[in-house]
Ligand binder design. Structure first.
Ligand code: PXG
Length: 456
C-alpha cells in the first residue's frame, strides 16, 4: 500500500484523526490542516500539491548532504539485506559501529576518541549526564553532581534533555527540571548586551554568570558545564569571541567538565567537523546526532574524552546504561556513507572558505537594511535574522512570535522554508548550498520581509 493511493485530503484527515505531533498545539493544527511533504531532491522539498520549497532548515538542522542521495539508500539497503540488526550488548558488535567509531575518533578533536551510540540527541544527552556523574563517583567525588546550563539552551525532549535545556515552557510541563541542574544567562548580545557595553565585555559577563553559578554551588559540587557552541533551537545565538575561551578557562580552574552539545553544530555546520575545532575548545564530551547520518537514519554518537573514558574503562566496572539500538548496524552504515560524502565532496571546506563567508556577506548586503530587520548574524551555514518594529531602538512587534510567524508563512508561500524562533528567523541549510542558492534564498526572504512589513 502506498500513499499515492490516497488523496491529499484523506491523508490530512488521517493525520488529524490520529497523529499527535511534536511541539504542536493540536487544536490549531487540526483546524489549519497539515502540510504534507512527499518528496525532496538536492536543496528542495516538495509538498503533496507539488509545490517546490527551498529548504532553509535542512529538514530540522540535519540533512547536511541534501536530499536524494542514492548512495545512502544503497548503504542502508545493502546492510539491511546482510544484517538488519544485531545488538552490541553481551560482548557482541557488528562491523559498521566499529568502523564508524574509528572514523569518529579520527575526525573528533584531540583527546576525544571514544563513542557511545544512541538513536537521538536526547538519548545521547541522557547518556552524557549519567556518564559525567558516574565519572565523578568513580573518582571518589560523588558530590560533584550539579550541571550548569543556560536559559534558552535546547538539549532534547526526554526528562534529562528538557531538564538540561533552558526552555521555561518545557520546564513548566515537567513540574520543573530534575534536581541539580542550574541555568544561567545565555551569551545573547542582541537582547542582553547593555547599551554602553562592548561585545567583548558582554561575552565576559555572560561567562562570569557561569563562574558565579559554580562558586555559588561550590566547585566541589559541580560536575560539568553544558552548552551548545552556537545555540540552535534557542535562536542561533552566537557568542562573542571572548565567551568560549573564558568558559574553557573557568571550567579548568574549578575542575568542572566541559560538555558540548553539537547535535546541530557537528559534522560541518560551522566550517569544521565540530564547532569545538572552530572555537579551539577541549571538551570532555561532545553530543552529536542529526547530520551524523544527514537525517537519513536516526543515530546519535556521544563522543567521550579520554579523561572520562580512561576512568570508565579502568575502574568503571559495568556501566548500567544502553539502548536496544545502540550501534544500530544500518544507521551506522548510513553514517559511514554520509561522512564519506561530506569528505569526498569537500563540503566542510566549502562552508569554511566559500559559502559560510558568502552567507554572512549576503545576509548583510541583501537583508540587513530592511526596515523590519534589527540584526543579521551567521557562522558557517547557520544564520539568524531578527525581526523588529523599530530598527533604531530594536523594539519588537507586539505579541511575541507573531511577526516571526508572519515572515515564516510568507517565506513558505514564496518557496522558502524558514523556521521562526519567536521573532528570530533561522537559517540552517544543507551544506550543498552554493553561492547561487544563497542568492536565491535571500531574494525569497526579502520578498517575504516586504510582504510581512506591509501586513504588520
Ligand atoms: N541537542 C540539541 C542542541 C538539539 O538541537 C537535541 C539535543 C535533541 O535531539 P533529538 O534527536 O532528541 O531531537 C537537539 C534537537 C527546533 C528543533 O525546533 C530542534 C531540535 C529538535 C526539534 C526541534 O529547532 N534539536
Amino acid at each position: 500500500m502506498t500513499y499515492q493511493n490516497f488523496s491529499l485530503e484523506r491523508l490530512q484527515e488521517m493525520d488529524a484523526a490520529h497523529h499527535l505531533h511534536p511541539f504542536t498545539d493540536h487544536k490549531d493544527l487540526r483546524a489549519a490542516g497539515t502540510r504534507i511533504i512527499t518528496s525532496a531532491d538536492g536543496p528542495f522539498v516538495y509538498d503533496a500539491e507539488g509545490k517546490e520549497i527551498l529548504d532553509g532548515m535542512a529538514g530540522l538542522w540535519c540533512v547536511n548532504v541534501g536530499y536524494g542521495r542514492n548512495e545512502l539508500a544503497e548503504a542502508a539497503y545493502a546492510q539491511m539485506k546482510e544484517l538488519p540488526y544485531y545488538n552490541s550488548f553481551f560482548r557482541c558488535t557488528t562491523p559498521t559501529p566499529a568502523l564508524l567509531a574509528e572514523k569518529l575518533a579520527q575526525i573528533a578533536p584531540a583527546g576525544v576518541s571514544q563513542v557511545f551510540y544512541g538513536s537521538s540527541g536526547s538519548e545521547a544527552n541522557d547518556t552524557a549526564l549519567r556518564l559525567v556523574r558516574h565519572y565523578w563517583a568513580l573518582e571518589g567525588k560523588p558530590n560533584k553532581r550539579k550541571v550548569i546550563s543556560r536559559d534558552w539552551a535546547y538539549h532534547g525532549s526526554t526528562i534529562a534533555g528538557a531538564s538540561l535545556g533552558g526552555m521555561a515552557a518545557m520546564h513548566g510541563q515537567l513540574n520543573g527540571p530534575v534536581p541539580d541542574i542550574v541555568h544561567v544567562m545565555p551569551p545573547y548580545a542582541f537582547e542582553l548586551k547593555w547599551a554602553d557595553e562592548s561585545d567583548e565585555a558582554f561575552g565576559l559577563r555572560a561567562a562570569k554568570a557561569v563562574e558565579d553559578a559554580i562558586l555559588e554551588a561550590g566547585p566541589e559540587n559541580v560536575a560539568a558545564f553544558i552548552g551548545e557552541p552556537v545555540m540552535g533551537a534557542g535562536g542561533v545565538k552566537i557568542a562573542p569571541d571572548s565567551y568560549w575561551p573564558e568558559i574553557q578557562r573557568i571550567c579548568r580552574k574549578h575542575d568542572v567538565l566541559l560538555m558540548l552539545d553539537e547535535v546541530i553544530t557537528g559534522y560541518g555546520r560551522t566550517g569544521q567537523w565540530f564547532a569545538a575545532q572552530t572555537f579551539g575548545l577541549e571538551p570532555d564530551t561532545i553530543t552529536t546526532a542529526k547530520a551524523l547520518t544527514s537525517g537519513y537514519q536516526p543515530l546519535s554518537a556521544l563522543l567521550v574524552g579520554d579523561r572520562i573514558s580512561s576512568t570508565l574503562v579502568e575502574k568503571g566496572g559495568e556501566f548500567y546504561h544502553g539502548y536496544t539500538y545502540s550501534g544500530h548496524p544500518v544507521a551506522c552504515a548510513v553514517a559511514l556513507a554520509n561522512l564519506d560524502i561530506i569528505e569526498r565532496e569537500g563540503l566542510i571546506e566549502r562552508v569554511r572558505d566559500e559559502t559560510g563567508p558568502y552567507l554572512a556577506k549576503a545576509l548583510k548586503e541583501a537583508l540587513a537594511d530592511h526596515c523590519i530587520v534589527g540584526e543579521v548574524r551567521s557562522i558557517g551555514l547557520m544564520g539568524a535574522i531578527e525581526i523588529v518594529k523599530d530598527k533604531a531602538t530594536r523594539e519588537r512587534f507586539r505579541g511575541a512570535g507573531i511577526a516571526g510567524a508572519t515572515v515564516r508563512d510568507h517565506a513558505i508561500a514564496n518557496g522558502m522554508m524558514l523556521r521562526a524562533v519567536g521573532d528570530t528567523m533561522i537559517l540552517s541549510p544543507p551544506l550543498i548550498w552554493t553561492k547561487e542558492t544563497i542568492d536565491m534564498a535571500c531574494e525569497r526572504i526579502r520578498k517575504a520581509l516586504d510582504r510581512s512589513a506591509a501586513d504588520l
